[in-house]
Design a binder for this molecule. Structure first.
Ligand SMILES: [Zn+2]
Length: 397
């Protein structure tokens, strides 16, 4: 397992050649005409046809062997606690396992599974700041975990948000998981958070586990968070008319999660498409949760939405990388110069139907992951979790 030091070491020049298909993460232009990509010290510099690029002097040379390269997948909704361990299901190495599902970045929606989680203001601030630090300082297997997402409680004042922001906190946990369950108070606190550059999300739908409560469409609209967290419920979805209302009225990111209602996920997708709002769709797992951890959750969502929602696979992948990066202001998730060299390389799974990888995914099949790269450094090779790919990339030197 890679440690923090490995993730911080300079990666030099990375050349990936012989790429069969390059997905950009850009919903407006999802496939690039390119077979080669170059990154220097962990940042993308060039891509295109190999003959047109300067591939000399590579510190790391990868032969993609005709596989598909995409920006690493992003899980917009996780509940981490500490390191690569979750007490929620007593599970070790769930983040490493998720890396094998092609996920290179994860975003906390609150460290709510911490046993004895403090709910007093001083305590919740201290835990958020500590969480932000320990995932900044330790990346499990190289995965970028953006954590330190306090759950708002009654008694918080503007100075608390200023202090959190000054201390490095950039996210709020799901509004509604704490004692604040009225729109007016939530709105005030979300406005304070936004004023100091802290992004917000909300627990949309019925209670997840004993202790959490119902958040309906009126509360979501009044609170005005940056992300409509699990619009398809986690687990229990809102009634259809409320989901449609949120799609119609929100400019916020519409987040669909694996740990939610799949029928409601498809309703969200279809409604967003009718409204011309596919660029607002982002994906999460909401794991670890009562339903466990989902190492392949993001990949499964891409395949499910593509297959049952009739979305081309190259567009569905954008829900899992580029859209999320844009909505979450991340420096990864898109093939663009200067962005982090975080990639997943994959191919059609062995014996999965379909004419090619995109066709196979659109038929509901998972691709096989052959390699992940974060900050220009290879983090995993043939996935131990996906079905095996026909072809896998090779490190040549
Ligand atoms: Zn939730």
């Amino acid at each position: 397992m890679a440690d923090a030091a490995a993730s911080e070491s300079a990666s030099g020049k990375l050349v990936i050649r012989n790429i069969g298909l390059m997905l950009s993460g850009k919903i407006e232009d999802p496939i690039y005409d390119a077979d080669c990509l170059i990154a220097v010290d962990g940042k993308i510099t060039q891509w295109g046809r190999e003959k047109d690029l300067d591939t000399e002097g590579a510190d790391t040379l990868i032969d993609a062997n005709g596989t598909t390269l995409a920006p690493g997948l992003i899980d917009s909704h996780i509940h981490p606690v500490v390191g690569d361990y979750t007490p929620r299901q007593q599970q070790l190495h769930w983040i490493d396992s998720t890396l094998h599902g092609g996920v290179t970045t994860m975003i906390s929606a609150g460290e709510v599974h911490m046993p004895g989680r403090p709910k007093d203001v001083v305590g919740l601030k201290a835990m958020a700041i500590a969480s932000q630090r320990w995932y900044e300082n330790f990346r499990p297997s190289g995965v970028k975990v953006h954590a330190g997402a306090p759950v708002i409680e009654h008694g918080m004042v503007e100075e608390d948000f200023a202090e959190l922001a000054k201390s490095g906190v950039k996210l709020l946990g799901e509004v509604g998981l704490g004692t604040v369950k009225d729109g007016k108070t939530a709105r005030q606190m979300v406005d304070w958070a936004r004023k100091y550059g802290i992004q917000s999300t909300i627990h949309t739908g019925g209670p997840s586990i004993p202790g959490s409560g119902l958040i309906d469409a009126d509360m979501v609209l009044e609170t005005g968070t940056d992300v409509v967290g699990h619009i398809n419920g986690g687990h229990s979805a809102l009634p259809d008319d409320q989901i449609v209302c949120l799609c119609e009225n929100c400019k916020a990111a519409l987040e669909i999660v694996h740990n939610g209602n799949e029928r409601a996920a498809l309703l969200t997708l279809n409604t967003a498409r009718e409204l011309g709002k596919l660029d607002q769709l982002i994906l999460g797992t909401d794991g670890p949760a009562g339903s466990g951890v989902q190492p392949l959750g993001i990949m499964r969502m891409v395949a499910m939405l593509s297959a049952l929602g009739n979305v081309p696979a190259e567009i569905a992948f954008c829900f899992a990388n580029g859209n999320t990066a844009r909505r979450r202001n991340l420096d990864c998730g898109l093939i663009e110069a200067g962005r982090s060299a975080d990639f997943v390389l994959m191919d059609q799974a062995q014996h999965a139907p379909g004419k090619h990888i995109l066709d196979s995914v659109a038929l509901g099949n998972l691709p096989g992951v052959g390699m992940t790269i974060i900050d220009g450094i290879v983090r995993s090779q043939r996935s131990r979790n996906t079905p095996p790919a026909w072809r896998i990339p090779e490190i040549i030197g």
